[in-house]
Design a protein around this ligand. Structure first.
Ligand code: AMP
Ligand code: FE
Ligand code: FE
Ligand code: ZN
Length: 276
C-alpha cells in the first residue's frame, strides 16, 4: 500500500503550489493518498480532485481550521466536511477576513521600518486565498529584505519580532463542533508543537472528545518528543485515531511530502468515523 499523507497546503492558503501542482508532486513522491488541508478554506478541493482523476492517487478533502486557546493558536484539521455547510462556510469566511485585516495591519507597521507595502503582499497572494504571515514573508523575500520564509519567521515575523499581531479565532471546542456539524472528522494538528501543547489538560481533552474530536496528528515534525507521551496516553484513553503527515507547503517550508505518514489501519478508522 502506497503512503498516506493527510496534511498539505496549496496556494489557496500558504502553500506555494496550485492544487494541480500539489497533486503532481504527490504522485512524483509516490504517495497513494494525499489530503489537501488549506487553512480555513476548501477552495482548492475541486481542482485537486479533478487533477487526480484517473491517476490512482486518492485525494482526501480537508481543512485546517484556525482556533485559539487562550493566546495560543490551535490548528484543527477537518476531514470530509461538507464544503457547503452554512455554519462552517460562514466561520471560515469570517476567519479569512480577520486574517486579511490582521496581515494588512502588521504590514502597515512593518512598512514604517522596511520598504514594504500591502500591494507587495497582495502580489504574493492568490486572490481569495487565506492570507497569513507566509505571504508577508514572500513579499519580504521579493523585496530582498530577507533570504527566505524561514528567515522572515525568525526575524520580522517572529512573535517577539516587534510586529506580530495575533488573529482572532474561535476556541478549539467550537472548531470541533463546526467540523462535526459539517459531517467531518476533527483531528488536532501537531498537538505537541510549541505553544498550545501545555494549555491542554484532562478536562480540556474530555470536553473536545465529548464534542466529537476524532483524532490526533501525532506523527509530525513539529511535535516535540518530550511532549508526546501525554498525547499518546490521551489517544489511548479516548480511542482517538492517530495520524501522521508532512504539512507540506511546497517551497514555503522544508517539509517534504511523505516525511510522516498515516498507518493504513488508522486511515480506515478515520474513514469509518467520516461515514457515521
Ligand atoms: P499565521 O497563521 O499567519 O500566524 O502564520 C503561521 C503559518 O505560517 C503556519 O500555518 C505555518 O504553516 C507557517 N509557518 C510557520 N513558520 C514557518 C516557517 N519558518 N517557514 C515557513 N512557514 C512557516
Ligand atoms: Fe501553514
Ligand atoms: Fe498548522
Ligand atoms: Zn498545516
Amino acid at each position: 500500500m502506497r503512503p498516506i499523507d493527510l496534511h498539505t497546503h496549496s496556494s489557496h492558503s500558504d502553500g506555494t503550489q496550485t492544487p494541480a501542482e500539489l497533486v503532481a508532486a504527490a504522485m512524483e513522491a509516490g504517495l497513494g493518498t494525499v489530503a489537501i488541508t488549506d487553512h480555513d478554506s476548501t477552495a482548492g478541493w475541486t481542482e485537486a480532485i479533478a487533477a487526480a482523476e484517473g491517476t490512482g492517487l486518492t485525494v482526501v478533502p480537508g481543512i485546517e481550521l484556525s482556533t485559539q486557546l487562550d493566546y495560543a493558536s490551535v490548528h484543527m484539521l477537518g476531514y470530509y466536511v461538507d464544503p457547503a455547510d452554512p455554519a462552517l462556510v460562514a466561520e471560515m469566511a469570517r476567519i479569512r477576513a480577520e486574517r486579511f485585516g490582521r496581515a494588512e495591519s502588521m504590514v502597515g507597521r512593518i512598512g514604517r521600518d522596511y520598504p514594504l507595502t500591502w500591494d507587495d503582499v497582495l502580489a504574493q497572494t492568490t486572490p481569495g486565498a487565506t492570507v497569513g504571515r507566509p505571504h508577508i514573508a514572500d513579499a519580504l523575500v521579493a523585496k530582498g529584505i530577507v533570504p527566505d520564509r524561514t528567515a522572515a519567521f525568525q526575524t520580522v515575523l517572529h512573535w517577539r519580532g516587534g510586529y506580530y499581531q495575533p488573529h482572532k479565532a474561535p476556541p478549539p471546542v467550537t472548531g470541533v463542533e463546526l467540523i462535526v456539524g459539517a459531517g467531518g472528522v476533527p483531528v488536532i494538528a501537531h498537538p505537541g508543537a510549541r505553544g498550545p501543547s501545555s494549555l491542554f489538560d484532562d478536562a480540556k481533552i474530555r470536553e473536545l472528545v465529548a464534542a466529537g474530536l476524532g483524532g490526533l496528528e501525532l506523527e509530525h515534525r513539529d511535535n516535540a518528543p518530550e511532549r508526546l507521551p501525554r498525547w499518546r496516553a490521551w489517544a489511548d484513553e479516548h480511542d482517538l485515531v492517530v495520524t501522521g503527515s508532512s504539512d507540506y507547503h511546497g517551497a514555503g517550508k522544508p517539509n517534504r511530502l511523505g516525511e510522516h505518514t498515516t498507518q493504513p489501519a488508522q486511515f480506515r478508522r478515520l474513514l469509518q468515523r467520516a461515514r457515521r
